[in-house]
Design a protein around this ligand. Structure first.
Ligand code: ADP
Ligand code: MN
Ligand code: MN
Ligand code: MN
Length: 338
């Protein structure tokens, strides 16, 4: 029987932003293992801020599985962290997402490549040409000579893994890029964003490049864009029933729970949600048709189809945890009577 290399991946207990962790176990299977065949595993939670030293065992529970084309017989195993008694660990936010196969999420992950403490392509001690031509740009002066190669390799790794990666674009700042992940089922896209982040960070190792997910890595003073992770969402009700009255009730709930949403939409978001650079300010909630300066953008198609379809929450930032974001959006939706 072939020996498979199982990379168990989980989120650690760092706050406000968890880190990805992973370790390998080798096991024999007749064929590529299914989720049901993968055993629970453990790790030392005292090294990941998930347990005190004296009772440090945490449990890894596989929740989704993907081929890893960088390794012979490679398997990526996304895990939830559990306590020894089988209950979800306090750091396990995936466990708080309401289960709903008919909820769909699409996340637009923006990020910067970083090298030597600055965005890839920034000259030592200075700045490149101001923003303008970088967004969706082509040419060495706009994207340099290595970023596109990494982005392409990452796309292939995601597709090999069966991740529903939907697209790429170069972003507004030099060294800044975006990819989009879409998934049906309330947890699927969030799982795939985390695994896609893992693959990107790992792929960058061999180039001596890091991925900077901070939402405003160049600070608030200079005219360089921040990074977001717009969360596009729809439920069966939104897609099939919709209606102006339901939509307005839903937006009232998003307004009511504004602080609860902002609390899980990523750290330092006040630096990014300023009302400038296609954002609404952090202490206001607004929605608008095709309005990229609103908290929630309502696509033209949504209104044209009788207030049916998907909505885009533009507030989540690039460092946000898609598990916590999906969990909060579904809680707010669940608070509104259909
Ligand atoms: P933009 O940059 O204009 O905001 P993108 O094309 O980058 O748009 O992202 C749009 C996202 O919306 C994609 O991730 C897509 O999968 C997602 N999306 C499209 N339709 C739906 C839907 N019905 N429910 C949830 N997400 C959706
Ligand atoms: Mn986009
Ligand atoms: Mn974008
Ligand atoms: Mn968007």
């Amino acid at each position: 029987m072939p020996k498979y290399k199982l990379e168990y991946i989980w989120l650690d207990g760092y706050t406000p932003v968890p880190n990805l962790r992973g370790k390998t176990q080798v096991k024999e299977f007749a064929d590529f293992p299914t989720l049901e065949e993968l055993p629970l595993w453990g790790f030392d939670g005292s090294s990941t801020r998930q347990a005190p030293g004296r009772s440090s065992d945490c449990v890894l529970k596989p929740v989704s599985v993907y081929p890893d084309s960088t390794r012979k017989n490679g398997v990526l195993v996304m895990c939830e962290v559990m306590n020894a008694d089988g209950t979800p660990h306090i750091s396990n936010h995936r466990a708080t997402i309401l289960d709903d196969p008919d909820t769909w999420f699409g996340f637009e992950q923006e990020y910067f490549f970083y090298q030597d403490g600055r965005p890839l392509g920034f000259p030592d001690g200075g700045y490149p040409a101001p923003q303008g031509e970088y967004y969706t740009g082509v040419g060495y002066k706009n994207v340099g000579d290595i970023a596109r190669q990494i982005v392409e390799e990452h796309l292939d790794l995601c597709l090999d893994a069966g991740i529903n990666h939907e697209g790429i674009n170069a972003e507004v700042a030099k060294g800044q890029w975006e990819f989009q992940i879409f998934g049906k089922g309330s947890k699927r896209a969030a799982d795939e964003v985390w695994v896609a982040r893992y693959l990107l960070i790992r792929q960058c190792e061999k180039y001596g490049i890091d991925v900077n997910f901070h939402c405003k890595p160049l600070g608030i003073e200079l005219d360089w864009n921040g990074s977001g992770m717009h969360a596009n969402f729809s439920t069966k009700t939104l897609r099939e029933t919709g209606g102006k009255e339901y939509f307005e009730k839903l937006m009232a709930a998003f307004d009511k729970y504004r602080d609860e949403h902002i609390a899980v939409y990523g750290p330092d978001n006040h630096l990014r949600l300023t009302g400038l650079h296609e954002t609404q300010s952090i202490d206001k909630f607004s929605y608008g048709v095709a309005d990229r300066g609103a908290s929630i953008r309502v696509p033209h198609s949504f209104v044209n189809n009788g207030y049916k379809g998907y909505l885009e929450d533009r507030r989540p930032n690039s460092q946000g945890d898609p598990y916590q974001i999906a969990s909060r959006i579904l809680k707010t939706i669940a608070s509104v009577a259909v």
